[in-house]
Design a protein around this ligand. Structure first.
Ligand SMILES: [Zn+2]
Length: 158
């Protein structure tokens, strides 16, 4: 049996925070605001996986009122969610995703993001796509106030 899921996330860019996307620290004068490390790509990916399994979403599973998740490394949350995939006896066929940011350029960091995510999710790099887009200077993302991400996953029962 195959199951697919979709995930979306957005975080506001502010000064005084590290910018962490796809588990990789990106050099930038601003970072994403959130209760966790605000890793927008990993959050979208987590929601796509939870959606594929028809489980509760990321905000329900890891509430932002819970002090345990304050500034938590989102790769830890992803590991937890991947364990749910394994418990349900599924594996990941492929992932497609977008990071939508006006600034900075994501391209140089994408190979490292793939490396981080493939290791956690036990997949080869040919099963994950991370695409970098801008918003053509339109809306909050285009005005560099926020960064968005989308993800789609396909799971297969073992
Ligand atoms: Zn998020």
């Amino acid at each position: 049996m195959y199951r697919t899921g979709i995930g979306y996330d957005i975080h506001k860019l502010i000064e005084g925070r590290d910018l962490i996307i796809g588990g990789v620290k990106i050099t930038h004068e601003k970072g994403l605001l959130g209760h966790s490390d605000a890793d927008v790509l990993i959050h979208a990916l987590i929601d796509s996986i939870l959606g594929a399994l028809a489980l509760d979403d990321i905000g329900t599973l890891f509430p932002d009122t819970d002090p345990r998740y304050k500034n938590i490394d989102s790769t830890i949350l992803l590991k937890h969610v991947y364990n749910l995939v394994k418990e349900k006896d599924y594996s990941i066929v492929n992932i497609d995703s977008n990071i939508i940011a006006q600034d900075p350029k994501m391209m140089p960091y994408i190979p490292k993001m793939k490396e981080v995510l493939c290791k956690i999710l036990e997949i080869s790099p040919d099963r994950i796509s991370i695409k970098a887009k801008t918003k053509e200077k339109l809306d909050a993302v285009g005005q560099k106030l926020a960064i968005e991400a989308n993800a789609v996953v396909l799971l297969k029962s073992n």
